[in-house]
Write a protein that binds this ligand. Structure first.
Ligand code: ATP
Ligand code: MG
Length: 317
């Protein structure tokens, strides 16, 4: 039974290898499949970074009965994630996201959810949470379908029943262009009420708090009972806000050549939760997570193979 669990959408991404090539451009090349889905990126990162700390990781989600699904299962398994609760659905295909970047930093998705939104409360098995230390929830898993959302809510309840001290981390990776802000706030509320560590971007913190200033937004979220709000700031690193402390801890990012930013935030989150469980101090956790995020952006595709040692090497240089 895993100590770190995440759940929700499993996808493959099919990506334009070059920027500024619209999806509608007929006959242009895509590269893939790349195993993906925000909670899967998170758990794979947690599995790789936790190797020296020996935490076990597991995932709850659904793929189709096809080779795309197998490619996701193979990747997660080879990086050490328990895949026994990944269900193979015979009715639907594995979820697919076509992903394309532009030189101004914007990106466009064409998304076929397939089995990705099929995760449901019945997939959340109480026995699987017997060793739970940390549960990670993604905003995207709250929005992809009602059954996926209910599965996330149930996972929180079950995790708390099994371990009242469970660490609940939440990455509210929801954007106003995907869903109206009122709905985002409504579906996030039951998670926020149980969140120990919130991992927003500036825009997400502003949206959840209703305050147009990332620092003030994070402080308002802290005042609502969250223990740590970790503001992800892209190449500038992160700032860790802690309840009861007036100032955030600013931790600068690492200088690397960005090749593909997909999944940086999710990879960062996996490292942060592992560092936190391992009892590292906040500054060290921030540095480790920044290193994991930085290494991710040097890799094409959402899930790299970065190890803890790779992150330490970057930190030492
Ligand atoms: P996404 O949801 O697109 O993954 P995010 O907004 O959740 O992104 P980011 O702040 O973009 O998260 O990235 C997460 C972390 O990864 C950053 O806090 C930083 O540590 C690292 N990172 C991201 N981009 C870069 C970069 N260009 N150079 C160095 N580090 C980076
Ligand atoms: Mg994000």
């Amino acid at each position: 039974m895993p100590e770190i669990i995440s759940l929700g959408e499993l996808l493959v991404e099919i990506m334009r290898p070059n920027k500024d090539v619209p999806h509608g451009k007929i006959g242009e090349i895509y590269k893939g499949p790349f195993p993906s889905g925000a909670p899967a990126i998170f758990i794979d990162s947690a599995a790789r970074i936790s190797k020296p700390f020996k935490y076990s990781t597991g995932f709850i989600g659904v793929v189709g009965n096809d080779e795309f699904g197998q490619s996701i299962i193979t990747k997660l398994k080879s990086d050490g994630v328990d895949i026994s609760k990944i269900r193979v659905d015979n009715e639907k295909s594995t979820g697919i996201a076509f992903n394309q970047y532009n030189s101004d930093g914007s990106r466009k998705f064409i998304f076929a959810a397939g089995a990705a939104g099929e995760t449901c409360p019945e997939d959340v098995d109480e026995d699987y949470f017997g060793n739970i230390k940390a549960l990670h929830i993604m905003g995207s898993s709250l929005s992809i379908s009602e059954s996926s959302r209910e599965a996330c809510y149930k996972a929180i309840e079950v995790a708390k029943n099994q371990n009242p001290d469970v660490l609940i981390s939440f990455d509210p990776n929801l954007r106003p262009e995907m869903l109206d802000i009122k709905t985002i706030i409504k579906i996030s509320k039951p998670v926020l009420e149980n969140t120990t560590i919130l991992l927003p971007s500036g825009e997400e913190a502003e949206m959840l708090s209703g305050i147009r200033n990332p620092e003030k937004a994070c402080k308002k979220l802290l005042s609502q009972g969250i223990k740590h709000v970790v503001l992800k700031e892209g190449k500038n690193g992160c700032t860790i806000y802690t309840s009861g402390l007036a100032d955030g801890i600013k931790i600068h990012g690492f200088k690397v050549d960005e090749i593909d930013p997909t999944g940086a935030g999710d990879s960062f989150g996996g490292a942060f939760v592992v560092g936190y469980l391992a009892g590292l101090d906040l500054k060290m956790i921030g540095r480790l997570s920044n290193a994991v995020g930085a290494l991710k952006v040097t890799n094409f595709g959402p899930i790299p193979s970065t190890t803890y040692e790779d992150a330490i090497n970057l930190m030492d240089n």
